[in-house]
Design a protein around this ligand. Structure first.
Ligand SMILES: [Zn+2]
Length: 480
């Protein structure tokens, strides 16, 4: 039976973050102090990007704000890398090791929302940060700045690099940066993502390929002389029917989803053009490649049946996340040292009210550090361009709470929380967790080697090749 004193001590251990932080080394304490010194500026920068709310490849103001801030802090900044005007690389220091941190900053269309628990757009119809990327970029930069200060004062030796990575929600920015070789010389790369729990992320993500399939036929009067027409829409329908029959003969881990992007204009004209936008996902890149080949045969068959021409265009593709358990364990140990995120009554009330407004059960906020999970064979649904980076260099991923537990993602709920203290707290935790882990990566060559060994073992003889068409992505038009 435990004595009351033991119970009291155990209680202290689990409730007092200060207790854990006493075990931090001098350099790690300096990381925490740096993030706290810059706290005001980091929050302002995140709120600025939150208000800009710029979508993929149009993030001109957001990218500039981050790059300017990095430059002001003493980083050497290279803008417009990999042919993407909003991508940049900020570097400080020299020589090995070279540690990278990724930072996204794109928003999602139509999700504009004020930082309040009831639904009201900041600007009607405008984009909003429904995936929390306003915090993502700034949180990563906060970590990089803390390391830069340690290099500057001679306490660490090597190079810290912050990557401004645009267009995560669409166009796969990091795949373009990966194809340009920008990550090649890194020893280890780290990233974080806003979420509803605080965890070193042990789960992979799905590989994906994104295709446009187009059919071209001949118009004719649909009643007077349909025999002179060849319907592109017939082909498109035969194609999707074929894809739906294919579902029975592929692995259960595969996901296929599509929309018709063009299907004729009026019923009395045989449609000469039709197109389908199709995504194929699986747990691994190899699985996606296999189904993609069968899809091409189905497109060809559909075109033959309808007597029309066809084309299959690859828009982009992403690798699954290659996990690194050694790296995630290192990150987790630092998260434990920092201790959980705690919330005020007002923040909890905000989170619970917003869930009720969304007509979902209110479950509060999860600030405690989740125990490390085992990596599951099949990842949760969803893909990220961090997957590509993880096939080039070892990658460590963190998730931090910035929104209500089990709340709706890519929604106005995430936008609202990302513009106030719930989001700010998550972002600052991310800077500290990444920063302290990077201290270990600089100081401990043995752990760096172990991370690299695991990476090489998992990768095997696979050679990274970005799944992208030649040239640059189709740049969207900026709204004037
Ligand atoms: Zn995201």
């Amino acid at each position: 039976m435990k004595s009351n004193t033991t119970l009291f001590l155990i209680g202290l251990l689990f409730t007092t973050p200060i207790f854990c932080q006493n075990n931090l080394s001098k350099n790690k304490k300096a990381v925490i102090a740096s993030v706290e010194n810059h706290q005001k500026e980091l929050i302002e920068l995140s709120d600025q990007i939150w208000a800009f709310a710029e979508t993929a490849l149009l993030e001109n103001n957001s990218s500039k704000a981050l790059a300017d801030f990095a430059e002001k802090q003493g980083f050497k900044v290279e803008r417009g890398v990999a042919g993407l005007p909003t991508a940049f690389v900020a570097t400080y220091g020299s020589g090995k090791p070279i540690i990278g941190v990724l930072g996204e900053f794109d928003a999602l269309p139509g999700l504009s929302q004020k930082a309040q628990p009831t639904k009201e757009a900041l600007v009607n119809g405008a984009p909003g940060h429904g995936c929390g990327h306003n915090m993502l970029g700034v949180g990563g930069l906060g970590a990089a700045i803390s390391i830069k200060e340690l290099i500057e004062s001679g306490k660490l030796k090597g190079t810290i690099r912050f990557y401004g990575t645009p267009a995560e929600e669409n166009y796969s920015g990091k795949a373009y940066m990966g194809r340009a070789g920008l990550f090649n010389d890194l020893d280890v790369c780290l990233d974080w993502h806003p979420g509803d729990e605080v965890e070193a992320n042990m789960q992979s993500s799905q590989a994906i390929t994104d295709f446009s399939i187009s059919f071209k036929g001949k118009t004719a009067h649909a009643a007077a002389d349909p025999w002179n027409g060849r319907s592109a829409l017939d082909a498109a329908e035969l194609f999707t029917t074929g894809m739906n029959f294919l579902r029975e003969h592929i692995k259960p881990s595969v996901r296929i989803h599509y929309v018709y992007t063009s299907a004729g204009k009026v019923p009395n004209v045989v449609p000469d053009e039709a197109s389908v936008w199709l995504w194929i996902r699986d747990s691994k890149r190899s699985g996606v490649a296999e189904v993609s080949e069968r899809m091409k045969d189905i497109a060809k068959g559909a075109a033959l049946m309808a007597g029309v021409e066809y084309s299959v265009k690859l828009n982009s593709g992403l690798y699954e996340l290659l996990k690194n358990e050694t790296g995630e364990k290192l990150l987790h140990s630092n998260m434990e040292l920092i201790g959980p995120i705690t919330y005020t009554e007002e923040e909890l009330a905000f989170a619970n009210q917003i869930m009720k407004e969304y007509k979902m059960e209110a479950k509060g906020l999860k600030g405690e550090i989740k125990p490390l999970e085992a990596t599951k064979d099949d990842p949760p649904g969803g893909s990220t361009d961090v997957g590509d980076v993880s096939h080039i260099v070892p990658e460590i991923s963190l998730s931090v709470t910035t929104a209500p537990y089990l709340g709706p993602w890519h929604s106005w709920v995430v936008v609202a929380c990302g513009g106030m203290s719930i989001g700010h707290k998550g972002m600052l935790f991310a800077s500290k967790a990444l920063g302290t882990t990077i201290v270990d990566l600089f100081e401990n060559e043995k752990v760096r080697n172990e991370i690299k060994e695991e990476f090489l073992k998992r990768k095997g003889d696979e050679v990274y090749k970005a799944m992208l068409p030649d040239g640059l992505p189709p740049f969207p038009e900026s709204k004037k």
